[in-house]
Design a protein around this ligand. Structure first.
Ligand code: NAD
Ligand code: UD1
Length: 333
């Protein structure tokens, strides 16, 4: 069984390639390396002791997608490739719409042509906009607050329309909550360029001494300690969810959305404390004003994924912090 992984050298894609290879799947990767490094290919091979084909290419170039489908028999696709920085998407929306949407259209057109109609798509909890309540269920209203989120919701709509037009498709829309952590080898993880926007990479860079202190964005939310609450999920658990989703799309036709989260919310200060406890390293922080566009609480009801995919997250917050820290120590200079 061969799986094409778009964006397979990125943070979540690389962990998913490891899980796929360890489970006996054949893997083919396409990535343009706009947000990842070539060396990840060899790292995945060394972790798994398995080989796979890597194409350095862009989903905006339909010819390379054609070439991949001509050269390989692809059974299903896991589609991670996309640009993901919320703030950047506000500054350069056209690039985000073009990359994420045109890239997906090119991919689906080639899949259609080659009669490969099994797709797992990386969506995001961002499609719930400001949720009406928590925990969030898949049938909650969808909306977005920035161009990045709009690309995710538009792609979900496109894929739902695609299924309506042709019931031979099987599509899983995976709505991730907040992935953190890293592979136990410490060799792959989240290594954003420049100053991180997301909480855990910021914490690890403060802990390692690259940044002076963490700004906690707001302590006046209606939460247990006033700081924002999120559903942090270990990237290895998240990756395993993709294997379950692949099994599902291989077995059954249809289009289904699934929340991939733990169902537990932690505040910013909970995370700082958990990090300090599990690593023994102090994290300096100071309270700052709220960040524009942030919401008080966002966490999943993951019941549907448990019932329909047979998946649930098992790794706890201490493990997430410990693995993020091990990766940071090995990789942040
Ligand atoms: P990432 O940036 O580490 O990985 C994405 C990969 O896609 C990168 O390696 C990049 O080089 C590649 N890529 C981007 N555009 C491409 C194109 N046009 N052609 C070929 N390759 C391209 O991001 P990630 O954290 O691994 O996220 C993977 C997916 O999950 C993304 O679609 C992202 O929007 C989504 N997602 C991520 C998070 C998160 O917190 N990390 C949360 C929700 C959803
Ligand atoms: C962000 C994105 C979301 C995306 C998700 C995963 C925004 C508005 N949303 O979600 O679309 O799907 O990342 O990539 O950017 N925090 C601090 N200090 C920091 C960084 C974060 O206090 O330096 C707080 C935030 O206010 C929030 C929590 O930590 O309460 C998590 O923030 P972050 O990691 O950026 O994720 P989200 O905002 O949940």
């Amino acid at each position: 069984m061969a799986i094409l992984v778009t964006g397979g050298t990125g943070y979540i894609g690389s962990h998913t390639c490891v899980e796929l290879l360890n489970s006996g799947y054949e893997v083919v990767v396409i990535d343009n390396l706009v947000n990842s490094k070539m060396e990840v290919v060899d790292i995945i091979k060394s972790i798994t002791k398995k080989d796979f084909k890597f194409y350095q290419g862009d989903l905006l170039d339909i010819d390379i997608i054609e070439k991949i489908f001509n050269e390989n028999h692809i059974d299903a696709v896991i589609h991670f490739a996309g640009l993901k920085a919320v703030g950047e998407s506000v500054s350069i929306p056209l690039r985000y719409y073009h990359n994420n949407i045109t890239g997906t259209l090119n991919l689906c057109n080639v899949m259609n042509k080659h009669n490969c109609k099994k797709l797992v798509f990386s969506s995001s909890a961002t499609v719930y906009g400001v949720p009406k309540s928590v925990p969030i269920k898949e049938d909650f209203p969808l909306s977005t607050t920035n161009p990045y989120g709009s690309t995710k919701l538009m792609i979900e709509d496109i894929l739902r329309d695609l299924y309506v037009s042709d019931n031979e498709w099987s599509i899983a829309l995976l709505r991730y909550f907040n992935p953190i952590g890293a592979h136990s080898s410490g060799l792959i993880g989240d290594n954003p360029n420049g100053i991180p926007n997301n909480l855990m990479p910021y914490i690890t860079q403060v802990a390692i001494g690259k940044l002076e202190s963490l700004g906690v964005f707001g302590d006046d939310y209606d939460t247990h300690d006033g700081t924002g609450v999120r559903d942090y999920i270990h990237v290895v658990d998240l990756s395993k969810g993709h294997l379950k989703a692949v099994e599902k799309v291989i077995k059954e036709k249809g289009v289904n959305a699934y929340n991939l989260g733990t169902g537990t919310g932690y505040s910013v200060l909970d995370i700082v404390k958990a990090f300090e406890k599990s690593t023994g390293v102090k994290v300096n922080y100071k309270i700052m004003p709220r960040r524009a566009g942030d919401i008080a609480e966002c966490y999943a009801d993951p019941t549907k994924a448990k019932e329909e995919l047979g998946w649930e997250a098992v790794l706890d917050i201490e493990q997430m912090c410990k693995d993020s820290w091990d990766f940071a120590k090995k990789n942040f200079k």
